[in-house]
Design a protein around this ligand. Structure first.
Ligand code: NAP
Length: 456
């Protein structure tokens, strides 16, 4: 048997413990990365003990070490001529099953630990989509809030000037994430094109007139709700008539709300980093259109909703104490703690679907499991966005564009296929452990490709 990097491998429990201790020592202070690896290792280590080929080839050790990590200086000028310096990153995690693929995040909280957790998770998510995409993640500690359009443009151009040396349509194809939407992608795509004189699909989430895919904007939020509908259908139920609470009011949250309303669910609460709104009568289509305009075009605060409609605003709190049947954390990592999970369970939640990446702490996830709450992990539930990014790459290569109906149908098919993979690998007595199912199904495809390449 091969010698493992991380100590004791006599039983799955001992191996998990020493594996995590070794990983933490090797990646000091990277708490989010440790958390993401632990969540996967808890399912994958017992599986590897029954499938020794992965164990002997040290596949988990290899999958927790990025192919490469690039950091660089991003220097730009604000409207007053002041010079600013930010740090840019791209973590190219794994290209075993396709070009590196994953979003860019612009937020002051961005650091290597957060990008490594996101890149690590992306391996499993992209594998689940059934499309040929490897995994990467990048971004900067730049804060886009309060900046003018010109400042955003100058920052994006400066960031892309360095990033362009490391990406390519068959090498690494970034997309958006927190703080990076259609405006930022457009500025970055324009700069890439200017520097390389090459019109290729090197970014996804582009404008429709220059190679973007229809439904890409909606895909992550819609996908989360399609996945939820699949889970409920599996037990003879549906979203129709369910009381729903959503955190966030960004790209994922707004389109999750839209699809919930379309399927007959009732959206009671949404939030931003300032607090949450609770609309007892439910957010209908017209109110949601107001919110979409407020948050995406006018870049306003969710609190302003209460000046238009009869709703309560609760400052500096997340919405998890609002009683609901379905909860959709769609804002950011670790936004749902053990105490929040306890509130949700005590108030009768039946299903939690993660729209954001790793929004629930490990303790919250364990609490849901202990109480038999249906739990859709991010890597399965929010894979719709990257799946449609994959389809944008396909359309760009083929130089065609599919209609909204065609893309939406493919999105539904992909979410159904991810659900089926989770069911296949997550069977746990009468219940489905979707976290285990997603981790194992995502792992097998990447691990098999890595085994096939030999020791590289
Ligand atoms: P976004 O459009 O920038 O929206 C983020 C939302 O979350 C905003 O409402 C924001 O509030 C809120 N938020 C951010 N940080 C917060 C904090 N610390 N506390 C409370 N609220 C906070 O981003 P997004 O694209 O929707 O992404 C949301 C999550 O989904 C992220 O975890 C992302 O990685 C994940 N995701 C996104 C996609 C995609 O296609 N966009 C795909 C897969 C996964 P403010 O407006 O006040 O900042």
């Amino acid at each position: 048997m091969a010698k493992h990097l991380y100590g004791d491998y006599s039983t799955p429990e001992k191996f998990l413990e020493s594996f995590m201790a070794g990983l933490e020592k090797r990646n000091p202070g990277e708490l989010e990365f440790h958390q993401a690896v632990k969540e996967v290792a808890e399912s994958v280590v017992p599986y590897m003990f029954n499938h020794k080929k992965y164990f002997d080839a040290l596949i988990l050790e290899r999958m927790t070490e990025p192919d490469r990590t690039i950091t660089f200086r991003v220097c730009w000028e604000d409207d007053l001529g002041n010079v600013h310096v930010n740090r840019g990153y791209r973590v190219q995690f794994n290209n075993a099953i396709g070009p590196y693929k994953g979003g860019l995040r612009f937020d002051p909280s961005v650091n290597l630990s957060i990008l490594k957790f996101l890149g690590f998770e992306q391996q499993f998510k992209n594998s689940l989509t059934t499309l040929p995409m490897g995994a990467g993640k990048g971004g900067s500690d730049f804060n886009p809030k309060g900046k003018s359009d010109r400042e955003i443009m100058r920052f994006c151009q400066a960031y892309m000037t360095e990033l362009s040396k490391h990406i390519g349509e068959n090498l690494d194809v970034p997309a958006g994430d927190i703080g990076v939407g259609a405006r930022e992608i457009s500025y970055m795509f324009g700069q890439y094109k200017r520097l390389n004189d090459n019109f290729v699909g090197v970014l996804t989430g582009k404008g429709i007139s220059f190679g973007g895919s229809l439904i890409r904007t909606e895909a992550t939020g819609y996908g989360v709700v399609y996945f939820t509908e699949n889970m409920l259908n599996h037990i003879g139920d549906s979203v129709k008539g369910k009381r729903c609470v959503i955190s966030g009011s960004g790209n994922v949250a707004l389109y999750a709300a839209k699809k919930i309303i379309e399927l007959g669910g009732q959206v009671l609460a949404m939030s931003d980093s300032g607090g949450y709104i609770y609309d007892e009568a439910g957010i209908d289509n017209q109110k949601l259109e107001y919110l979409i305009d407020l948050k995406t075009t006018r870049r306003g605060r969710i609190e302003e909703y209460c000046a238009e409609y009869d709703a309560k605003f609760v400052a500096n709190k997340r919405p998890w104490a609002v009683p609901c049947d379905l909860a959709f954390p769609c804002a950011t990592q670790n936004e749902l703690s053990f105490d929040d999970a306890t509130d949700l369970v005590n108030n009768g939640v039946m299903l939690v679907a993660e729209g954001a990446n790793m929004p629930s702490t490990i303790e919250a996830v364990h609490h849901f499991k202990a109480n038999n709450i249906l739990f859709a992990p991010a890597k399965a539930a929010n894979a719709g966005g990257v799946a449609i990014s994959g389809l944008e790459m396909t359309q760009n290569s083929m130089r065609i564009s599919w209609t909204s109906e065609e893309v939406d149908q493919k999105l539904q098919d992909i979410m159904r296929s991810i659900h089926a993979q989770c069911v296949k690998h997550g069977q746990n007595g009468k219940n489905i452990d979707y976290l285990k199912g997603a981790n194992i199904a995502g792992f097998i495809k990447v691990a098999d490709a890595m085994l096939a390449y030999g020791v590289i």
